[in-house]
Design a protein around this ligand. Structure first.
Ligand code: CTP
Ligand SMILES: C[C@](O)(CO)[C@H](O)COP(=O)(O)O
Length: 207
């Protein structure tokens, strides 16, 4: 998954440097994997540093390892099959002047809010919801400001929202799905084995 994610970033043609945040006990294994991959000869530097307990700890470590960055993409290795075209779309939006950009796709299920007892407390209008993917792109100064708030968050855009800055959504892609459970892994393996797979599903719409 890490190798696929890195190769996708390189293939996008829009990143200058990649910093991997890995669990400390997997740093050597990650370096070996990356050195052995087909694109190891790419001129784009790929560094591996220690991540943290939570994803925000890992991103904080990544930001510290890239003090020179003016723009940052935060990507999940778990979204290993993210199409390069999606990565380029996020950077295009940053180039157009947006300071925080996330890919999103419409939700296919009806979403319910529930309370601690499991009783439904509301049904938000589905047309106004998006499932958010990565990479999430930021003006680096804005992301550093967001991290200075030291709040918990499940994604980086959530921290940026807390600063009051606007976060823009660009069309995501179903291929950028997060490989979380065994079914996701089966799907990812089938997609990787499928030589007829298009570079993008072309199904990217924000509605
Ligand atoms: N300490 C952590 C935890 C997660 N991640 C990032 O978050 C992604 C998703 O990892 P994880 O939280 O384990 O996601 P899931 O497999 O979806 O598991 P969970 O249900 O616990 O969220 C990883 O690819 C990695 O990029 C990270 O950098 N540092
Ligand atoms: C960043 C993210 O992929 C956006 O959907 C998601 O919030 C990551 O969650 P995780 O629990 O760290 O996998």
């Amino acid at each position: 998954m890490l190798v696929h994610a890195v190769d996708g970033l390189i293939a996008s043609g829009v990143v200058d440097r990649i910093v991997i945040m890995a669990p400390i006990e997997m740093i050597d294994a990650a370096r070996e994997l990356l050195a052995a991959r087909a694109h190891a000869a790419s001129s784009i530097p790929v560094d591996v540093v220690a991540g943290g307990v939570e994803r925000t700890d890992s991103v904080r470590a990544g930001l510290a390892a890239a003090p020179e960055a003016t723009h940052v993409l935060v990507h999940d290795a778990a979204r290993a099959l993210t199409p390069p075209s999606l990565i380029a779309r996020v950077v295009d939006a940053l180039d157009a002047g947006h300071r925080a950009v996330v890919p999103g796709i419409p939700v296919a299920d009806t979403i319910k809010a529930v309370d601690a007892a499991g009783d439904v407390t509301g049904t938000p209008d589905r047309s106004g919801l998006r499932a958010i993917q990565t990479p999430q792109g930021f003006d680096a100064a804005l992301l550093r400001e967001a991290y200075a708030l030291d709040l918990p968050a499940t994604d980086d855009a959530g921290l940026v929202e807390a600063t009051g800055a606007t976060v823009s959504v660009v069309p995501g892609d179903p291929l950028a799905f997060k490989i979380t459970g065994p079914l996701d892994l089966k799907l990812a393996n089938a997609l990787v084995a499928d030589a007829t797979l298009p570079a993008t599903t072309g199904a990217a719409v924000t509605g």
